[in-house]
Each structure stands twice: as C-alpha cells, then as structure tokens.
Design a protein around this ligand. Structure first.
Ligand code: B12
Ligand code: SF4
Ligand code: SF4
Length: 350
C-alpha cells in the first residue's frame, strides 16, 4: 500500500514544480477500445509508431510487471503567446520529456526508495490522457486534451508506475454532456470552432490528418497545400484549440527556472545548416521534426507570408538533396508562381 498520503505526494510534487493529479490502477479498457477504433479508421495518418507495441499499450501493467498503481503528474507550461508566426508553447522550452522525467524520478525515489518503479513521460506506449482522466480531477475535453478544472490544459503529462497498491476511492466520472464544478465541456464548442482545419470531431476525437500539429511535427513528407495558410500562424505545433478553451483563462504557468528559449527567425530556420540547427534547436521538442522538417515548415510560412526573402531561401534548396525540400520548393512554385518569379529575379546571379 502506498504509505504517503495525497497531501504528502502533493507537497513533494510542489517542490518539483509539478502537479500531482492522482493515482489509479494501470488499466483503461474503454479508452483502449476507442484507441483501437481510432487506429482502425486510419485517423493517425502516417504516425506508424502508434500501431506498434499494442499489447503494452493495451495493458500498461506490463511496463512494470506486478505494477499495482500509476501516479499521474502534470508539468504546467502556460505563458502568454507571442506574435505570429508562432511555435506551440510546449516546444519553446527545453524538452519536457527530460525535464519532467528528472522531476518524477526525484519524487519516485522519495516515495519508493529502493523498490521498483518506472517513470513514463511519453516514453512508452501508453495512453497518458486516459490515465490522467481516470484520476480524481480533470477530464478529456472536446479538444481531446486532458483538462484540469483549476489548472487548464497547458499541462504535460507523466506517470510513475509502482508495485504498491493505491487505496483511493474510485473518483466520480465527469459527465460529458454537462458542465459541472468538477469539469466537463457541456454545450461549449469553442475549440471545435477555433480549429481552422476541422480536425476536431463531434465525438471528442481528433482526425490527425487534419491537425496542424500532426503535419508540422510528426509528418515526414511534404505538407498538402490546403493546410499551408495556417503555417503563417503556427509553423510548429498549434495551440489554437487550447487558447480558445475557457478552462485556460487561469492556466497554470511554467515553474520558475524552466524558461522559454528564443529561436531564429523564419529565414534563418529555412536556410540553417546542421551546426546552426543543433545550436538553435538542440534539446528542445523542435528536434522531433528534424532539421528537414523545420526548414520545410519555415519555407512554407515564408511563402504564405509573401516574405521578400523567399527567393533567397529557395536558392538554398537548389542543391539540397532532400526530396521533401525539393517537393516543397515545387509546391511553392505552383502555390505562389508570381512571387517566386519576382523573388528569383531579385536574386544575384550565381
Ligand atoms: C500521437 C500524439 C499526438 C498526435 C495525435 C493527437 C491526439 N489527439 O491523439 C498529434 C501529433 C496530432 C498531437 C498533437 C498535440 N499534442 Co500530442 N501526443 C500524442 C501522444 C504521443 C499519443 C496520443 C495517442 O495515443 N493518441 C491517440 C488517441 C486516440 O488516444 P488517447 O491519447 O488516449 O486519447 C483518447 C482516449 O484518451 C479517449 N478517452 C479516454 N477516456 C475517455 C473518456 C471520454 C469520456 C472520452 C470522450 C474519451 C476518452 O479519448 C481520446 C481521444 O480519442 C501523446 C502522449 C501519450 N503517450 O499519450 C501526446 C500528448 C497527447 N500530446 C500532448 C500535447 C501537448 C499535444 C499538443 C497540444 C502539442 C501542440 N501544441 O502542438 C497537440 C494537441 C492537439 C490535440 N488537440 O490533440 C500532450 C497532451 C497533454 C494534455 N493536457 O492532454 C500528450 C499527453 C503528451 C504529454 N506527455 O504531455 N499529439
Ligand atoms: S492543434 Fe490546431 S489544428 Fe490541431 S486540433 Fe487543435 S486547433 Fe485544430
Ligand atoms: S473549448 Fe469548450 S468544448 Fe473545447 S475543451 Fe474547452 S470547454 Fe470543452
């Protein structure tokens, strides 16, 4: 049995700048069924990694044989967004996978000493939002994110799996169709209306193939032109469905000491070499898209914004062996032919 009380774990979490959401048993049969249906319909697009390790994802207990409970934690990261074009807020910090992992390891060491435990921060095939929503506070909203009624949804999730049992009462389920003091969306649809690409479906699910976050972070190929206009707003990730949510009016801020980083502008990003990429983006979640993906996104944003440096940026692609960048260049030529012609004329002869 976990010997620490909720209040003790909350206090420990607070020293690390994280929020203890609660504990639950490491299982979620209904959520997994939804997940399987989602994958079956192909709504994960090209994220093949979500098809792997089905048995572990279905049964998180297997990630730590004998696990009896999972403790869910959240690292808040809200800051007022800066002017456009933007990078999603979570990606402006040093990588939360490492930051939150260290914090949770300290908590696990204090709670469970030499006994076995395992920290997960999006590092194992597990449905983290489903686990968080199973704990006493919070729910999954129509934007498909885990929302804490007091702290909002600008929260990154992580868990500690433990061999010890958890004796807490089963929390009451938050009804979906009503807005209560405990949370819930009720009739609100602000996130669905704010989503520019129609990715959020009526049944509280997301079609990744229509989500800007998917195209700009996870997708490795060229980005279809129908999504381009929005890259002038967010060229890495997207926060629009969170910024629209009333639960984020008082969203919790990032802990002191975990500061936002400044990134190069679009032109520099579109034309950066490997060394510049590593110094500017190393250690941040931006590396998920790799140098090629960031250059692709920045080129598209330059094109949509009709930036006068577009031609110069495209000239950098001429001799680049990357098929994705070559394809993006061709798309730009089709998408903005006049601008490309004008920009090319402005180029010095090579
Ligand atoms: C793949 C992935 C994505 C994909 C797909 C997103 C998606 N909605 O599934 C893409 C690339 C689009 C994405 C985008 C983002 N992501 Co992401 N992503 C993940 C990842 C790695 C896996 C999620 C997954 O398995 N999705 C498949 C769906 C079907 O499964 P699911 O997550 O369990 O969600 C379903 C079940 O929970 C089920 N469910 C369970 N119980 C219940 C109960 C009820 C009543 C209902 C209705 C539903 C329900 O409903 C959910 C929706 O179908 C997780 C980390 C992880 N390991 O969980 C992070 C994670 C979900 N992402 C996160 C973040 C921060 C983001 C972005 C905000 C980043 C950004 N600013 O660009 C956006 C938000 C977009 C959005 N509105 O969802 C956070 C979310 C934190 C939070 N507060 O919820 C996570 C948890 C990472 C982390 N460790 O913090 N992401
Ligand atoms: S992250 Fe952006 S594109 Fe994706 S669902 Fe939310 S608002 Fe829509
Ligand atoms: S914006 Fe409204 S509908 Fe969307 S998650 Fe927030 S409360 Fe729910």
């Amino acid at each position: 049995m976990i010997s620490a009380t909720n209040t003790e774990i909350e206090a420990l979490a607070q020293t690390q700048g994280v929020i203890f959401l609660g504990a639950t048993t490491p299982e979620y049969p209904q959520a997994y069924e939804r997940f399987e249906g989602w994958i079956g319909e192909g709504r994960h697009g090209s994220m093949g990694f979500l098809e792997n390790h089905a048995s572990l994802r279905q049964d998180p207990e297997k990630l730590l044989p004998g696990a009896q409970a999972v403790l869910s934690f959240a690292l808040p990261y809200y800051q007022p967004p800066e002017p456009k074009p933007r990078v999603a807020l979570y990606a402006q910090y040093s990588d939360y996978h490492r930051v939150l992992r260290r914090k949770l390891e300290s908590i696990a060491e204090a709670l469970f000493a030499a006994e076995s435990w395992r920290v997960l921060v999006d590092s194992a095939p597990v449905l983290e939002r489903a686990l968080a929503a199973k704990t006493s506070e919070g729910f999954i909203g129509k934007n498909t994110l885990y929302i804490h009624p007091k702290h909002g949804s600008f929260l990154l999730l992580g868990e500690i799996l433990t061999l010890q049992k958890w004796s807490a009462d089963v929390p009451p389920e938050i009804p979906l169709d009503r807005k209560t003091r405990a949370g819930g969306c009720g009739p609100c649809r602000l996130c669905q209306t704010a989503c520019p690409t129609g990715a959020l479906q009526k049944d509280y699910s997301l079609d990744a193939r229509r989500c800007l976050s998917y195209w700009t972070i996870e997708h490795r190929g060229a980005i279809p032109e129908e999504f381009w206009p929005w890259l002038a707003e967010y060229y890495f990730g997207c926060d629009l469905c969170q910024l629209a949510c009333p639960y984020n009016k008082h969203a919790a801020s990032a802990p002191v000491g975990w500061e936002r980083r400044a990134f190069p502008d679009l032109f520099e990003t579109a034309t950066m070499d490997q060394a510049r990429y590593e110094s500017a983006f190393g250690g941040t979640p931006m590396t998920r898209a790799k140098r090629e993906g960031l250059r692709r996104n920045a080129l598209i944003a330059l094109a949509v914004l009709e930036d006068k440096r577009l031609g110069q940026a495209l000239a950098h692609i001429d001799s680049d062996p990357s098929p994705v960048l070559q394809e993006t260049r061709e798309q730009i030529r089709r998408f903005k032919p006049a601008l490309c012609a004008a920009s090319t004329q402005r180029q010095p002869t090579r």
